[in-house]
Design a protein around this ligand. Structure first.
Ligand SMILES: Cc1cc2nc3c(=O)[nH]c(=O)nc-3n(C[C@H](O)[C@H](O)[C@H](O)COP(=O)(O)OP(=O)(O)OC[C@H]3O[C@@H](n4cnc5c(N)ncnc54)[C@H](O)[C@@H]3O)c2cc1C
Ligand SMILES: *[C@@H]1O[C@H](CO)[C@@H](O)[C@H](O)[C@H]1NC(C)=O
Ligand SMILES: *[C@@H]1O[C@H](CO)[C@@H](O)[C@H](O)[C@H]1NC(C)=O
Ligand SMILES: *[C@@H]1O[C@H](CO)[C@@H](O)[C@H](O)[C@H]1NC(C)=O
Ligand SMILES: *[C@@H]1O[C@H](CO)[C@@H](O)[C@H](O)[C@H]1NC(C)=O
Ligand SMILES: *[C@@H]1O[C@H](CO)[C@@H](O)[C@H](O)[C@H]1NC(C)=O
Ligand SMILES: *[C@@H]1O[C@H](CO)[C@@H](O)[C@H](O)[C@H]1NC(C)=O
Ligand SMILES: *[C@@H]1O[C@H](CO)[C@@H](O)[C@H](O)[C@H]1NC(C)=O
Ligand SMILES: *[C@@H]1O[C@H](CO)[C@@H](O)[C@H](O)[C@H]1NC(C)=O
Ligand SMILES: *[C@@H]1O[C@H](CO)[C@@H](O)[C@H](O)[C@H]1NC(C)=O
Ligand SMILES: *[C@@H]1O[C@H](CO)[C@@H](O)[C@H](O)[C@H]1NC(C)=O
Ligand SMILES: *[C@@H]1O[C@H](CO)[C@@H](O)[C@H](O)[C@H]1NC(C)=O
Length: 583
């Protein structure tokens, strides 16, 4: 059974349709002006000519790349049966999309464009379209290539996107007819022995915008250091992850990604090459650290804290649902036990629950040892024994450093064929036993739906900033006992209707979680929420929205940067054909 939300979908259509009569009948601006309310698309008379693109290419030293869908290897003269079969086999994984200038991970936004599951008879090249993917990308090497791209997009009135790894569930690194600033090749990693500032003196590392966590985890470990990074090794260290908050196993010890930022090297939309830090352009620094991805300036690099590495205790545990009453009692007991784990400094957990199984994939305790890990988890083991549940996997170990711990416990194959939504559960509310019991009932009904899963992130980032109000991270992050991801799994080659319905389901369950917690303490993590959440301002930004809107207006007054659901996104609408227009 699929839960869909016709009301929400109807609302989207209405918004798109209403715009046409309004734009046409508005007095004042003539047809030319009103056309400029929208970004031009390929095929428009105003779309830049080949000569103009070639000129841009010369300006950026030959670094302009025409976008090509990865699926082209299955089409027309480009068809290569071996490469195409390999692409089909790995279509559910993130890997094909990460190192490409325009292709993105999200199946919803990729939307089966240039579908590799094509029959040999139907592989005409005309069927291999770019869809929502950028038309061109600049292989960014420095500030001047970024500035040239910004100037071109502004002058030609075309959409601009920033593409790093393309992990974005919200589609921010894609956009029909856009010019992409592709940051992937900015791979600098430079360690700084003694970073000195008013706020922090200590070790740090400068990370180019293209650096990914697997790279910096290793480089730091080689120097006896560690950095706060994502649970996923391939996410970018300095793109959407850090700019929207950024969590991972170490955040309970050292704070979120945004909390670890010391300064950014940026290009502003008017082409200036600046530093943003608590001392310089401090409003921009504040917004770039947690105020949402890709919306204030283009980051070329960031300087972030490093921390001395040391032993990390870890654990994993899983059991099956062989008796639903006992199983869901255990799920509730785990959530109650998270109130205890929350009081252990540095403790972090990640737990997957489906109707079939419970898996504590990762418990991370920097500085812990086997006996402290045992002490932390044993009350829950006792509950399991009382419920007659026997773990099928149970292992704890202490590794010499974070990288070794990560390698031991982060073994999941990273897939992209899923839809995600979610919400934080505030600590204050979780102390109320009926809340966790009601939440368990809600999970039970959610997980009875096909292909549903929940992921619980037990992270404590309260009081983890150098100073109060250090950055724009939503207060809901500080208040939460755990973050819930609501997940719907999809086949590798799900049709558009399934992707659309699963997004609607994610919104429905997000709404139900909000009803369980109507207090302003709550909220959701923008990076793992839905792009069309109707309560996006309150859920994703809490009380920070108005200040961020002012900062956005100062640094990007004409909204050259657009990401939905970013600050200011409601001033635009994306029409059915993908065209981006001012409201
Ligand atoms: C498989 C998977 C695992 C994930 N695991 C985690 C996790 O463990 N922890 C977590 O917190 N999140 C996680 N996420 C969410 C992830 O943090 C976001 O998707 C994030 O936006 C990815 O950033 P990116 O730069 O790598 O990707 P992209 O999709 O390339 O970019 C994301 C956004 O950031 C903007 N952006 C990128 N680079 C820049 C730049 N240099 N300057 C300005 N704007 C920029 C883009 O415009 C876009 O809006 C995961 C996502 C996936 C798909
Ligand atoms: C840009 O110029 C380089 C070098 O001349 C060339 O290889 C590349 O194909 C050009 N890009 C586009 C989109 O034409
Ligand atoms: C995906 O494709 C369908 C049909 O091909 C279209 O109706 C829908 O608008 C597209 N969605 C996105 C996000 O591109
Ligand atoms: C992008 O530029 C880098 C050098 O900065 C180069 O190594 C790489 O091959 C280029 N990528 C593409 C696809 O042109
Ligand atoms: C780091 O710099 C500060 C301030 O300049 C100085 O007081 C301190 O001794 C330096 N530490 C090291 C290890 O060099
Ligand atoms: C760092 O060192 C500088 C110079 O010695 C000093 O002014 C500053 O207060 C120090 N900052 C911290 C957080 O100690
Ligand atoms: C299932 O678990 C419940 C709670 O522990 C218990 O009361 C019940 O007897 C169990 N049922 C079976 C069939 O084992
Ligand atoms: C284990 O860690 C705990 C606290 O985390 C500490 O009190 C204890 O002494 C440690 N035990 C050993 C054997 O190191
Ligand atoms: C966990 O595993 C250890 C050793 O592998 C074993 O001694 C212990 O009894 C197990 N605990 C539970 C609750 O299964
Ligand atoms: C728990 O929450 C409910 C609903 O808000 C409230 O009626 C009840 O008093 C709370 N219980 C405690 C112990 O706070
Ligand atoms: C849990 O649900 C019960 C029954 O609907 C309700 O009375 C109670 O207030 C709920 N608890 C919370 C914390 O909302
Ligand atoms: C998602 O993709 C992976 C990798 O291709 C595949 O193993 C898995 O079965 C897919 N999930 C579903 C629900 O089909």
């Amino acid at each position: 059974m699929l839960v869909t939300s016709p009301i929400r979908l109807a609302g989207l259509f209405t918004a798109a349709l209403l715009l046409l009569p309004l734009a046409a009948s508005a007095p004042g601006p003539g047809p030319e002006r009103s056309r400029q309310r929208c970004r031009y698309l390929p095929g428009d008379r105003e779309w830049p000519s080949i000569q103009e693109w070639n000129k841009l290419n010369r300006t950026v030293g030959g670094r302009l790349i025409a976008g090509v869908p990865v699926g082209r290897t299955c089409y027309g003269p480009y068809a290569n049966s071996v490469a195409c079969a390999e692409l089909q086999d790995t279509w559910g994984l993130v890997d094909n999309f990460l190192n490409d200038p325009v292709n993105v991970v999200s199946p919803y936004f990729e939307n089966n464009t240039c579908d590799p599951f094509v029959s040999p008879e139907a592989n005409a090249l005309s069927l291999c379209q770019l869809g929502n993917l950028a038309s061109y990308a600049i292989n960014v090497s420095d500030a001047s290539t970024v500035a040239a791209g910004l100037k071109f997009a502004k002058e030609k009135n075309i959409r601009l996107v920033i593409k790093n790894t393309g992990h974005d569930y919200l589609g921010g690194s894609a956009g029909k007819g856009s010019l992409a600033l592709w940051t992937h090749n900015l791979k600098e990693i430079t360690f700084i022995q003694n970073y000195t500032s008013r706020g922090y003196n200590g070790t740090a590392v400068k990370l180019g915008a293209g650096v990914q966590f697997f790279e910096v985890y290793k480089a730091a470990s080689d120097r006896g250091l560690r950095v706060v990074g994502g649970s996923c090794p391939t996410v970018g260290a300095t793109g959407g992850w850090r700019q929207a908050g950024g969590y991972g196993p170490l955040v309970s010890t050292h704070g979120l990604g945004a909390d670890n930022a010391l300064s950014y090297e940026v290009v502003t939309v008017d082409g200036r090459h600046l530093t943003a830090s608590p001392q310089e352009n401090s409003d921009l620094f504040w917004a770039l650290s947690g105020g949402g991805a890709g919306n204030y300036a283009i980051v070329l690099s960031a300087i972030v804290k490093t921390h001395r590495d040391g032993p990390v205790a870890g654990s994993r545990l899983s059991f099956l649902n062989t008796n639903s009453t006992a199983f869901y009692s255990a799920v509730e007991a785990w959530m109650k036990h998270m109130l205890v784990l929350d009081t252990i400094p540095g403790f972090a957990t990640e737990t997957l629950v489906t109707d079939g199984a419970f898996a504590l994939n990762l418990a991370t305790h920097p500085g812990g040892n086997l006996s402290s890990m045992h002490a932390a988890l044993s009350p829950f083991y006792t509950t399991l024994a009382q419920l007659n549940i026997t773990p099928i996997v149970n292992n704890s170990a202490v590794q010499r450093g974070y990288l070794e711990h990560y390698a031991e416990y982060q073994t999941a194959v990273i897939t992209r064929n899923l839809t995600v939504g979610g919400r934080f559960i505030p600590r204050a509310l979780a102390h109320n036993n009926t809340l966790l019991s009601n939440l368990t009932s809600l999970f039970r009904s959610l997980l009875s739906e096909p292909d549903a899963a929940v992921y619980l992130h037990g992270l404590n980032v309260a009081n983890k900033t150098p100073t109060p109000n250090y950055n724009a991270v939503t207060p809901a992050w500080r208040n939460n006992l755990f973050l819930i991801n609501v997940i719907f799994l999809e086949s590798d080659h799900a049709p558009w209707t399934t992707l659309r319905d699963n997004l609607a389901r994610a919104n429905v369950w997000q709404d139900r979680l909000r009803e369980l917690d109507p207090t302003p303490l709550g909220g959701a993590y923008i990076n793992e929420g839905t792009f069309d959440n109707v309560e996006w301002k309150a859920d994703y930004f809490g009380g920070t929205y108005e200040r961020l809107r002012v900062i956005k207006a100062k640094w990007d007054p004409n909204s050259l940067l657009y990401v939905r659901p970013g600050v200011g996104a409601d001033e635009f609408v994306q029409r059915g054909d993908g065209r981006l227009c001012r409201v």
